[in-house]
Design a protein around this ligand. Structure first.
Ligand SMILES: [Zn+2]
Length: 414
């Protein structure tokens, strides 16, 4: 039986299972492993055939054995090296240095954390949340350290609320590889410095970035100018239209006092016509037959959306945008006059979108996953935990431990 488990644990001489201790009442099974070598290679300097100084008992949690918690216990040799004169514990083949879980259990923990809240994973395994976070932090950081960002050219920067309250993280996405590159607390120009430094650590160069897609906030523009000096800024259409929706809603709210029916029309005015319900169709047809300011505001908003339907036709987009700006400036609706000023100021970057074809759509698309990340990090006070989960599920990390349940044929199919 010991031979079977030696093979099942993937051990090779001089390591072998010498005893299996099944403690049914305690719900656990303990595999006693021994290294029977008389002399070993020094783990520090590599000198072969060095004497063993002593053996120290250690224990690792492993994947479950049926429904029982499984442990590996071993007296791990320390080599007393004659060459470098250091006494050093040898590295065991089933766990990384200093870990209390075997590599397979760590890989399983990582796989679970991509689908479940950390608290639930900890509960499932009967360990503290902290232990799960330590495993996660270690492997996410180790995997990220090996990521290569040398080819990064086109990025987006986006702010996300980190948790309830007023904390924000900025997400930098690689729009070509469609992955999260970097996430950091804050949303100011300094945030870009942190990004540029992180990019350099991963073999990239902020000066090589050609395009950055942004919302219209001033801080990110300043950060781009300073840290990505060769990048052209494209403003994200979604954020531009969102400003028009805000202006529209300001007009509607001001007018509700005179026209009560406008109270119920909010969603109809904000939604795409294709998504209107039967009731919203009736409401919007009513609105369009009125001479209300809200009706005019809605037409302005629709016209701005129309600009972004131009695809890559930059000439047509330029004509439509310029006529929109002059319409909005004359429209006698204060929120849209202000928006016209904003849009005129950002005109080049808005039109740049039609050349670059970039948007923050990829980052927006991560929203669902970021929400899941927030749920998985819920109850943990730091942004660091949220960011670790974001990397785990959005960064396409190539060097995370492989899920031990995924067998070779399925990997080949993936
Ligand atoms: Zn040595």
């Amino acid at each position: 039986m010991e031979t079977l488990f030696t093979q099942a644990l993937g051990l090779a001489a001089p390591w072998r299972v010498v005893n299996v201790d099944f403690q049914q009442a305690a719900g656990r099974i303990v595999f006693k492993v021994e290294n029977t070598a008389k002399r070993l290679t020094c783990p520090v300097c590599g000198a072969a055939d060095q004497p063993i100084h002593d053996r120290l008992p250690r224990s690792w949690r492993h994947l479950h054995f049926f429904q029982y918690q499984a442990f590996i216990e071993a007296n791990v040799p320390r080599v007393g090296c004659r060459e470098c004169e250091k006494t050093t514990q040898v590295v065991v083949p089933w766990a990384r240095e200093g870990a209390g879980f075997t590599e397979m259990l760590e890989a399983f923990v990582i796989a679970l954390c991509t689908h479940m809240p950390v608290g639930a994973v900890a509960q499932l395994l009967g360990v503290s949340d902290d232990r799960v976070w330590r495993v996660l932090d270690f492997h996410v950081n180790a995997a990220r350290a090996r990521e290569d960002h040398a080819e990064v050219r086109r990025i987006s920067a986006d702010e996300r609320s980190a948790r309830k309250g007023h904390r924000f993280v900025t997400l930098f996405c690689d729009l070509d590889a469609r992955r999260l590159l970097f996430a950091t607390p804050g949303r100011n120009a300094e945030t870009f410095r942190a990004f540029a430094e992180d990019l350099a650590v991963h073999g990239g160069d902020a000066a090589a970035i050609t395009d950055v897609s942004l919302d219209l906030g001033a801080a990110y523009q300043a950060g781009t100018r300073e840290h990505c000096p060769n990048a052209k800024v494209s403003f994200d259409p979604f954020h531009v239209v969102a400003l028009a929706n805000e202006a529209l809603d300001q007009v509607r709210r001001a007018e509700v006092k005179q026209v009560g029916d406008l109270k119920h029309i909010r969603w109809g005015t904000l939604k795409d016509a294709a998504d209107w319900t039967r009731k919203q169709i009736d409401q919007m047809h009513w609105l369009q037959r009125t001479n209300l300011q809200t009706a005019r505001a809605w037409r302005l908003k629709q016209a701005l959306r129309q600009v972004f339907a131009c695809g890559s036709d930059i000439a047509q987009a330029t004509t439509l945008l310029d006529s929109w700006i002059s319409w909005a400036r004359r429209c006698r609706l204060a929120p849209f006059k202000r928006l016209a000023t904003t849009i005129k100021k950002h005109r080049d970057g808005i039109l740049e979108h039609f050349r670059s074809g970039l948007s923050n759509g990829f980052a927006e698309g991560l929203n669902g996953r970021i929400q899941a990340a927030k749920a998985r990090a819920r109850g943990y006070g730091t942004d660091r935990h949220l960011i670790a989960i974001c990397y785990l599920i959005c960064a396409k990390l190539k060097h995370l431990p492989k899920n031990p349940w995924v067998h070779a044929p399925q990997q080949a199919a993936a």
